[in-house]
Write a protein that binds this ligand. Structure first.
Ligand code: SAM
Length: 233
């Protein structure tokens, strides 16, 4: 039976489609490369993980689906498992934004080839977007996926120049105002909710760190509410 993806992985698969080969860095269960090959969305894939246990899970499913000829598994950290130009698209999904940034930074020769990067940071999305903008990448596509309460941000980038006109683009996605993704309001609501938790946890605390966090989160909530009002009007 063919693999069925979660909504998050389905959106990521949609961003990869259209290339011949891909690498899934931090593949864990290996669902993404299996789905892409099984549905002939890519011809060849590399599934890699830094940990032996997840890679074994991926190897098991690849062998169950009899895809060993099309999907190679590699053990190692980040982009170190790839040669520059070896695949057309690289996915790094389900990892923290800071880790994704550090993995890109660690292998600039692999990261900076004229290829597609499909990134799905679980947090610190703004830091990652800022890193991409500052280091010669352009975001060519932004997607959102919903699973329960969570809204996942998927960033597609390639080497190029990115002109950021509004600092909120780092937080809400490049060109969010013109792009107006159907889940944008849900993303803003989720971000407001998360910032409200910080406000609640830091309210009345007297340390300098807590006061700064309270101020920053309160201000950010105001900005997000303003954007929401503009989008809804
Ligand atoms: C939460 S899982 C995400 C799995 C899958 N990519 C997804 O989006 O569903 C994160 C995976 O990244 C792997 N990982 C963590 N650090 C890594 C690194 N430096 N290089 C490669 N894989 C890494 C972990 O072992 C784990 O299997």
């Amino acid at each position: 039976m063919k693999i069925k993806l979660s909504p998050r992985l389905e959106v990521i698969a949609g961003c990869v489609a259209g290339v011949k080969s891909m690498a899934d860095i931090g593949t864990d269960h290996g669902y993404l490369p299996v789905y892409l090959v099984e549905n002939e969305l890519v011809a060849r894939a590399i599934a890699s993980d830094t940990n032996q246990q997840p890679l074994k899970k991926a190897q098991k499913i690849i062998s169950e689906q009899q895809l060993e000829k099309q999907i190679e598994t590699r053990l190692g950290s980040g982009l170190s498992v790839l040669k520059p130009g070896e695949v057309d698209a690289v996915v790094m999904a389900g990892m923290g934004g800071l880790l994704i940034r550090d993995l890109l930074e660690a292998q600039p020769d692999v990261a900076r080839q004229k290829k597609k990067l499909v990134l799905q940071p679980m947090n610190n999305q703004a830091v990652l977007r800022k890193y991409l903008a500052m280091t010669g990448f352009r975001i060519s596509r932004e997607e959102l996926a919903r699973e329960g309460d969570r809204i996942y941000e998927v960033i597609v980038a390639e080497p190029g120049e990115m002109i950021v006109t509004n600092p909120l683009e780092y937080e809400l996605g490049f060109e969010f105002f013109t792009h107006k993704h159907p889940l944008l309001i849900a993303l803003i609501d989720r971000k407001i909710f998360l910032e409200q938790q910080i406000v609640i946890n830091t309210r009345g605390k007297t340390t300098a760190v807590a006061t700064k966090q309270w101020q920053e989160s309160s201000l950010f909530i105001e900005k997000l509410n303003e954007v929401k009002r503009c989008l809804l009007n």
